[in-house]
Ligand binder design. Sequence first.
Ligand SMILES: *[C@@H]1O[C@H](CO)[C@@H](O)[C@H](O)[C@H]1NC(C)=O
Ligand SMILES: *[C@@H]1O[C@H](CO)[C@@H](O)[C@H](O)[C@H]1NC(C)=O
Length: 219
Amino acid sequence: MKLLGDSSSSLLLSLLLAQLHLLASAFPVHHRRNQIDFDKLSNQTKLLLTLTRNLLKDRVFSTEINHHRFKSLPAISSRASDFATLEVKPTLSQLHANLKSFQHHFEWLNNITHKQQHSIPKLTDMVSHIGGLVNSLQRQMNHIGAPRLPVPSPSLPPIPAFHWEMVQTSQELLEQFSLFCDWAARVLGRTRSLLTSREAPVVGSTGTSPSGPIRIVGK
Ligand SMILES: *[C@@H]1O[C@H](CO)[C@@H](O)[C@H](O)[C@H]1NC(C)=O
Ligand SMILES: *[C@@H]1O[C@H](CO)[C@@H](O)[C@H](O)[C@H]1NC(C)=O
């Protein structure tokens, strides 16, 4: 008896095999792509942290800040317990909302320094890197179906009139942003390590993931 006698049935068989192969490899490929995406997010965040710390090394920033000008900067919660119960989607949504708020504050500061001819090239550089991270985060959020949280419009301080005011305003924003980047890098690192330590994909693909946030608990 000829099972695979004619070319049409062997073509059918190879199509079936190809389908099976696709099914078998879909998850690992998807999984690896998530890891690479998270690596990229981590790298961009660490670069921002480095840029911020380098800016803060400037000798003009030697003084302690005596009062706080920014009323609407995101508060960073960094309790150790938060890391144990990290959920991918809400975490990315929160990261994104906080980053958008910082982006607005930095654009405000950058605009003022330009207008007052105190332009700081490294600040412009940072604003563009923040934009890059916002875009990558948005791509990853679309990919896993994480919702975008509304970003309240920030209440910005009065425009600094004196140079020392400008220095203190910049210092406060940079110090807060440095805390944020440090937190964000650790959160992304944690997410990445949870993804690596599992065989199965943790993050569902678009549209087919179970409803509600995917909870990642400690190993
Ligand atoms: C992230 O940075 C590391 C170390 O610099 C590098 O080896 C890796 O290729 C980078 N990954 C991505 C996705 O950019
Ligand atoms: C900064 O300036 C640009 C260009 O003038 C403007 O589009 C943007 O709205 C300003 N951003 C802030 C936060 O002031």
